[in-house]
Design a protein around this ligand. Structure first.
Ligand SMILES: C[S@@+](CC[C@H](N)C(=O)[O-])C[C@H]1O[C@@H](n2cnc3c(N)ncnc32)[C@H](O)[C@@H]1O
Length: 348
């Protein structure tokens, strides 16, 4: 006969209260058998395993509603989706806390430096800055819908679709990013790729045994990358909210991704990259750029209206702007022009 447990036994085994067990039952998460004669609850081994799973999900801070959904539809896909959602919530909260901590530190310094009559002003200024940054971080949206593009992305690169033929030197650009990243470095360096997409750049590092982790804001892109390269470590994340600790990487690489952020967002992305980069680390970015405003004007003047519309749908960087921003943080720049619109830039 199968072993059965009373509510007190289960509570004791799992070190939880009987009220908690009744609560999970009320929410439909578990359904112990009732004894016909005395109406006592009895739990099977399967119930025990189920409760352990619920407790594990609660440890990960999943809501009761999420757990209900997970229990109903316990597929790999559904589980990873719930975990991704949770990961996003936690990462957002950590980002928010980090910002508040920095704001408090900066404000305390300012208060020390202000006199008795001006210190409130310092607080107002700092808090406004904090709110502005939060707003930018939270407002970035994928208006290109990369999730829907993921399955056909590799094909469309080969076909080099679009009026600007921006992918004509795709392989060359990725090779150049790889070359600059591994120059004068050790094999055990820790690498981060942002906007990893379907993993074509990461593949180069993976094949040579480098320790690389890829981040992308598109779950579908991550799914394709994982299908292609099961050993590639991947995380859901954004340029503006990198899900990593301070000073974690020796090198950050990225290709064809930064141009999805406008200048204000780029300023924050640069700070965020430098936060997770070691102090002597480097960043290599292969992307669509203009050298400066003059060069941009000359190129746009030579373009058809359709080509201009394509450029203006995104935010090609201005190398002069990137240079200034990185300079503020003590980083130098060198770059290689690949073609009229594509550059590989190194910040070190
Ligand atoms: C044009 S694809 C390039 C993919 C890959 N790096 C390559 O070179 O083939 C742009 C990728 O950047 C990702 N991306 C765009 N904006 C991002 C952001 N703010 N944070 C993280 N990833 C982003 C997209 O989801 C997409 O996978």
């Amino acid at each position: 006969m199968k072993k059965q447990y009373s509510i007190n036994e289960i509570a004791q085994i799992l070190n939880i209260s009987t009220n908690k067990l009744r609560f999970y039952e009320k929410k439909g998460l578990i359904n112990p058998v009732r004894d016909d004669t005395n109406n006592y609850r009895y739990y099977t081994e399967e119930n025990l395993v189920k409760i352990q799973t619920i407790l594990m999900y609660r440890t990960l801070n999943l809501t009761i509603k999420d757990i209900q959904n997970l229990m109903k539809n316990c597929t790999k896909n559904n589980t990873i989706n719930h975990f991704y959602n949770q990961w996003e919530v936690i990462n957002d909260e950590m980002q928010r806390m980090r910002l508040i901590k920095t704001c408090l530190e900066e404000t305390m310094d300012l208060i020390y430096e202000s006199d008795e009559y001006n210190f409130l002003n310092s607080i107002i200024k700092s808090v406004k800055k904090l709110n502005d940054i939060q707003k930018i971080k939270n407002n970035w949206k994928d208006r290109w819908n990369f999730d829907s593009w993921a399955k056909t992305y590799d094909e469309s690169i080969k076909e080099n679709k679009g009026k600007l033929k921006i992918y004509k030197n795709y392989e060359k650009i990725l090779d150049e990013v790889f070359k600059k990243a591994i120059e004068n470095t050790k094999n055990d360096m820790k690498l981060l790729e942002i906007g990893v997409g379907t993993g074509n750049l990461a593949k180069r590092f993976l094949e040579k045994g480098y320790n690389i982790i890829g981040v992308d804001q598109s779950r579908e892109m991550l799914n394709i990358a994982k299908e292609k390269f099961p050993k590639l470590k991947l995380r859901l994340g954004e340029f503006l909210k990198l899900p990593f600790e301070n000073n974690a990487f020796d090198c950050i690489v990225s290709s064809y991704a930064l141009h999805h952020l406008n200048d204000e967002e780029k300023k924050i992305a640069i700070k965020e990259m430098l936060r997770v980069l070691k102090l002597d680390g480097k960043i290599i970015i292969g992307d669509l750029m203009f050298e400066n405003k003059k060069n941009k004007k000359e190129i746009l003047d030579s373009f058809t209206q359709e080509q201009i519309v394509e450029v203006e749908d995104e935010y090609y960087s201005n190398i002069d702007f990137l240079k200034e921003e990185f300079k503020k943080h003590g980083k130098k720049i060198n770059y290689t022009r690949i073609d009229q619109l594509n550059y590989v830039v190194k910040f070190y």
